[in-house]
Design a protein around this ligand. Structure first.
Ligand code: SAH
Length: 191
């Protein structure tokens, strides 16, 4: 299949923004670790002057991510947390410049543990508090699985009402793709 340069996948689109916003030395959060690709990606940007907190409720996610960060020698400043992102405030006590959410289920995992509307929203609310001025929350949303559309609607309903005096909310979608393409929401806290 032919490929574009930047817009093939929602995660690639996301990186256009994250690359610009996240800086060496920043503290950041991967709210949905999964196989750890975003954790490694963020760790490489913030470097060992920075800090990455990464959450998942599945032991398998921690194991596969731990392997990657050890191989890349990133483990000194990356903290892997086996707990739900709704408890983010128990672990992250400082302001952060970026919090990434990649919702839905982990591809190829044995058990399909999915993110859920209530806990996702709780995590987003707490993330807004932790975000420093000009920081960003990025949420990749998937609607193809059962419950995905409900979660997407729940998240949108909340974010669409955020006070524009304090936040910029940008919602992106592939308008010409078939089969429930993923969507991306970015929330910037105004400085
Ligand atoms: N849909 C994405 C991958 C999402 S992975 C893609 O197609 O690439 C989502 C991850 O969130 C999974 O590893 C899952 O275990 C994790 N997860 C589910 N509920 C969670 C919660 N409450 N807190 C943190 N992580 C959670």
């Amino acid at each position: 299949m032919l490929k574009g340069k930047y817009l093939n996948r929602i995660t690639e689109v996301n990186k256009i923004f994250i690359d610009k916003i996240v800086k060496d030395g920043d503290t950041v959060v991967d709210a949905t670790m999964g196989n750890g690709y975003d954790t490694v990606y963020l760790a490489k940007i913030v470097g060992n002057n920075g800090k990455v907190y990464s959450f998942d409720v599945q032991e398998e996610a921690i194991k596969s991510t731990r392997k990657k960060i050890e191989k890349e020698e990133l483990n000194d400043f990356v903290t892997l947390i086996l707990d739900g992102h709704q408890n983010i405030d128990k672990y992250v006590k400082e302001e952060v410049s970026c919090i990434l959410f990649n919702l839905g289920y982990l591809p190829r995992a044995k058990h399909q543990v999915i993110t859920k509307p209530n806990t996702t929203l709780m995590a987003i609310e707490k993330s807004l508090e932790l975000l420093k001025p000009n920081g960003i929350i990025s949420i990749a949303m998937y609607t193809g699985h059962e419950g995905g559309m409900d979660e997407r609607n729940y998240v949108c309903e909340y974010l669409n009402k955020l006070d524009q005096n304090y936040y910029n909310v940008l919602h992106m979608e592939f308008t010409n793709q078939i089969n429930n393409p993923p969507e991306l929401i970015l929330v910037e806290k105004k400085g």
